[in-house]
Design a protein around this ligand. Structure first.
Ligand code: TRP
Length: 325
């Protein structure tokens, strides 16, 4: 039997190439080896300020783009967290096993609390326990995440262990899988690519918009003029080439940049073309799905149905071990 894999997708609006290269591509490579469940985590998303009016659109966009990018729903389940009430039910149970002190030490909580000083709510504090419930509800064993989530997965192991010791063996201890793509930097070359930094290229960007954004992207800042030799080792545009261009192109660009045979504009033109080639089918498929939200909702409903079945079973085991019912 295949191991169960679980991961969460934030419904944060447009999916960008940082998500694609850093997370989605890694998930796709795991689809055959694991029994995969992906959840669009709307209950996590509401722990910070958001607009209720755009939530559904964001959920559909997140689902559509991830499916279009390769999360083939014949090979995995995708569903919306709030459609399976057992997530919050298990969270309550796990809350009683989680010391406040551990949650106070969570780096993401400290960061987010600092950014949301006016809204440090209990949900934000409890976020990692909801995340643990997400995984344990399906007895998830493998959890592909970025570096910033490793602390949360460690916590989920601790909570699983605590439950098993206190009430009886039920949950496997989830292991994180780190993607081998290093974090993708934004077009500013300084910050991680993200929606909020506005330094991203989205998966549904039109070809001319990709070019427009790339043409302003920061390169090797020591290369002031066209005739200066450049250094690909410290150029973020060159780093992006590694994901979209062939080895022989990389080789050539590397040499010609160092000898100032090509300028940054030429280099970006090649990147733009290659990026468009890879992203265009994803964009088309995404738009097709986004324009037909009913079909996306059907897919999500079917996913939730399957998950509710698994979740119900786990909750009944939990209740019985705990002497509830
Ligand atoms: N907290 C994760 C993030 O921000 C998203 C998430 C929610 C998740 N539940 C999860 C990831 C369960 C892995 C497993 O990226």
């Amino acid at each position: 039997m295949k191991k169960r894999l679980f991961s969460g997708i934030q419904p944060s609006g447009e999916v960008h190439i940082g998500n694609y290269l850093g997370a989605i591509k890694n998930w796709i490579s795991l689809l055959d080896d694991y029994d995969c469940i992906f959840s669009i985590v709307d209950y996590h998303a509401i722990t910070v300020e958001y607009s209720p009016g755009v939530m559904q659109e964001r959920i559909i966009n997140a689902a559509a783009t991830n499916i279009a990018a390769g999360l083939d729903t014949d090979r995995c389940i995708i569903f919306v967290q709030s459609q399976v009430p057992e997530h919050t039910e298990l969270t309550w149970v796990l809350n009683t096993l989680t010391p406040m002190g551990i949650l106070e030490r969570m780096t993401q909580f400290k960061d987010k609390a600092q950014q949301n000083e006016k809204n440090i709510n209990v949900g934000l504090f409890d976020y990692p326990v909801l995340q643990t419930a997400d995984i344990l509800l399906y007895k998830g064993q493998a959890v592909p995440v970025g570096e910033d989530q490793v602390q949360h997965i460690e916590l989920s192991r601790e909570i699983a262990r605590k439950f098993n010791t206190r009430y009886g063996e039920l949950f496997p201890e989830p292991q994180h899988i780190l993607s081998n793509a290093p974090r993708i930097m934004g077009l500013d070359g300084k910050n991680k690519m993200s929606k909020s930094m506005n330094n991203y290229i989205s998966l549904i960007e039109k070809p001319d918009a990709i070019w427009k954004k790339l043409s302003r992207a920061v390169t090797d800042e020591n290369r002031k003029r066209r005739d200066d030799p450049g250094n690909p080792d410290i150029c973020n545009v060159y780093t992006l080439h590694k994901y979209f261009s062939t080895d022989s192109e990389l080789d050539r660009i590397n040499k010609q940049c160092r000898s100032a045979e090509i300028g940054c504009v030429d280099c970006k033109k090649i990147l733009s073309e290659n990026m468009v080639k890879e992203l265009e089918p994803i964009r088309e498929k995404s738009l097709e799905l986004i324009n037909n939200p009913v079909s996306v909702m059907d897919t999500l409903n079917a996913g939730a149905e399957k998950c509710r079945k698994i979740a119900k079973e786990t909750m009944s085991e939990v209740r019985s071990l705990m002497g509830l019912r």
